[in-house]
Design a binder for this molecule. Structure first.
Ligand code: GLU
Length: 590
């Protein structure tokens, strides 16, 4: 149910209470709640409730984040789950440190830069996305395990138990869940395992019915019992490998589903990488996020550094949005040229985040006219005012899915965690008998160099991570937690997080209003994709006068955030309407 207004919010909450149907009770969807004891915000009420329960029982933010993520694998399996990967950012209130885990999927060791090239040409994206070729080695279970070992207080078994129970007991199907299946019915129907799970009787489950996934519950139990050994070398791993190498295509299906080359050794070798968080100072705040293999932290950071050269607090909305659009245009040019898996090429992370480099890029912005796009990348190794290093490298379009969750606890620790299976529904392939979808993250690689003749750090390679845009963010104010934020949405994650940050910090919008605001997502193209509400605004007209051109797209992002108020309370915030609206809760209201 889309929550467009306060009135429909009330109606929806009423409709989903236990009195409205015979199934399990669904906790309310709430865009904002304020109180004590810690907070959780995710896109899904059941997942948020599970996180809150963990906090209530004395768990910390990491325990609750893993429990919430495991629950999202049940209720939001088309965005995230154990078949995918993600980036986990943790703020430790005791040490004041921000740490990050890179749980990105890796290409199999048999992959090379021609992974998606056939007969000398790149595969059509639509064919690559539903294939064994696109499946990377999942990183999410190891991320949970590592986060708990490093910072948690509970075992993997305990953290996954509520989600296991939820998968067995079932939850009430809402419109978002049904729509995501309907959007994918064509390809889901082409795999025996996916059809059996998500298209019972040949169609998506009805809104209001109860969806159970006992095979996933058993998989969770086996993962926890074996300390993940079953996935990284054991029976679940063998099932994953068989599925990738021999996708369970329906007899009679005409789709050409290319197999992949993932091996059990690939699964056995998988490692989560602990990386230094990216950091920029912005208007006196410290903004931390995740570094390469994601371009999220560097690209948001560079855009903020570009914006910082101007006082945005007093200018008109049109001038502010003009600056915002131009800043992400420039930072995307640099992301496309310089960011990839740092094990495979030298990524100039520090230089991309330097104020000197940002100033050399900000110099290109004309306050009175749009900058023609695509713009060329700058050279962070040798920043010259208004200089350019290379030809323009446009941003490839990618899928826009994923999920973001945030948690804080009574001790003041915080987690900002974005996880994904890439496209909505990932590869479309459920591992038979195991109840979960495999990702198609490897489609985030460039299939061929984006700009002929210019080195592309994002070509496939053996064991390599494809470049992500995920930007789970933590903001400190003089060493104390100020707020945490993030969003799903593929490459739009970067523009969404930047837009929320500048609206909140520069324009003083509340986090809820900053999340609610209509969005535009400029990623170094001549035309800026924007939501209908953005196009209908007076600002869009003003921007048009500066030469901006827009195309209309559906909802961009579905952000979640938590803020620490000056009196010490937490304010949890979730998207009020996009993707059906999220669920923001605190442990104790008031
Ligand atoms: N694969 C995307 C990324 O890592 C996330 C997928 C999505 O948000 O649709 O940036």
């Amino acid at each position: 149910m889309l929550l467009r207004t306060g009135m429909s919010l009330v109606l929806t909450t009423v409709l989903l209470t236990p009195t409205a149907h015979a199934g399990p009770a669904t906790p309310p969807r709430l865009p904002e709640q304020t109180g004590h004891g810690g907070a959780v915000s995710s896109v899904d009420p059941d997942a948020t409730q599970i996180g809150i329960d963990v906090l209530r029982r004395g768990g910390n933010a990491v325990d609750a984040a893993v429990a919430t993520a495991a629950a999202l694998g049940v209720t939001d399996p088309f965005s995230a789950g154990i078949g995918g990967g993600g980036y986990f950012v943790y703020y430790d209130a005791h040490t004041g440190r921000v740490s990050t885990l890179d749980g990105r999927e890796t290409a199999p060791h048999a992959a090379d830069e021609n992974l998606f090239v056939e007969n000398g040409s790149p595969l059509p994206f639509a064919e690559a996305m539903t294939s064994g070729l696109a499946v990377g080695v999942p990183g999410t279970p190891r991320t949970w395990q590592q986060a708990l070992r490093k910072w948690g207080t509970t075992s993997l078994r305990e953290a996954m138990a509520p989600a296991q129970d939820l998968a067995r007991r079932g939850f009430v199907v809402d419109q978002t869940f049904q729509t995501q299946i309907a959007n994918n019915a064509d390809r889901f129907g082409d795999f025996t395992s996916t059809r059996d799970l998500f298209l019972p009787g040949g169609k998506p489950p009805a809104v209001g019915s109860v969806f159970r996934n006992p095979e996933l519950a058993d998989t969770y139990r086996e993962l926890a019992r074996t300390g993940l050994a079953s996935l990284h070398g054991g029976p679940i791993g063998r099932d994953v490998v068989r599925t990738v190498q021999h996708p369970p295509v329906m007899p009679g299906a005409t789709r050409n589903v290319r197999p992949g080359k993932m091996s059990l050794l690939d699964l056995a070798r998988y490692r989560v990488e602990e990386r230094q968080a990216t950091h920029v100072g912005y208007r006196g705040l410290d903004v931390y996020s995740t570094g390469p293999s994601s371009g999220g932290g560097t690209t948001v950071g560079e855009a903020l550094n570009i914006l910082e050269s101007t006082d945005l607090s007093k200018m008109s909305d049109v001038d502010h949005l003009h600056r915002f659009i131009e800043a992400t245009k420039l930072s995307f040019a640099d992301r496309n040229r310089w960011v990839g898996d740092p094990r495979y090429s030298r990524v100039p992370t520090d230089a991309l985040l330097s104020q000197r480099f940002a100033d050399s890029r900000a110099c290109l912005i004309n306050p009175g006219a749009v900058l023609p796009a695509p713009v060329a990348a700058g050279d962070p190794h040798d920043p010259r005012p208004c200089g350019a290093a290379a030809q323009a490298s446009p941003t490839r379009q990618d899928a826009e899915n994923t999920t973001h969750l945030v948690v804080t606890d009574r001790w003041g620790n915080a987690v900002s965690y974005t996880l994904t299976v890439e496209a909505e529904g990932g590869s479309g392939i459920v591992v038979p008998g195991r109840g979960f979808l495999l990702n198609n993250e490897l489609t985030d690689f460039s299939f061929v160099p984006v700009t002929p003749g210019v080195p592309d750090p994002n070509l496939p390679g053996p064991g390599k991570r494809s470049r992500s845009s995920m930007a789970p963010t933590i903001v400190l104010d003089r060493g104390e937690l100020a707020f945490v934020v993030g969003s799903p949405g593929g490459a739009t994650i970067i523009t969404t997080v930047t837009q929320i940050l500048t609206l909140h910090v520069d324009r003083k919008l509340s986090l809820l209003d900053a999340i609610r605001a209509p969005r535009a997502s400029q990623r170094n193209s001549a035309v800026t994709p924007a939501e209908a509400a953005f196009l209908a605004s007076a600002q869009a007209e003003g921007l048009g006068r500066l030469g901006h051109r827009f195309s209309q797209v559906a909802d961009i992002g579905a952000a979640t955030a938590i803020e620490r108020l000056p009196d010490g309370r937490w304010r949890a915030v979730a998207e009020p309407s996009r993707r059906g609206g999220g669920a923001a809760r605190v442990v104790r209201t008031g």
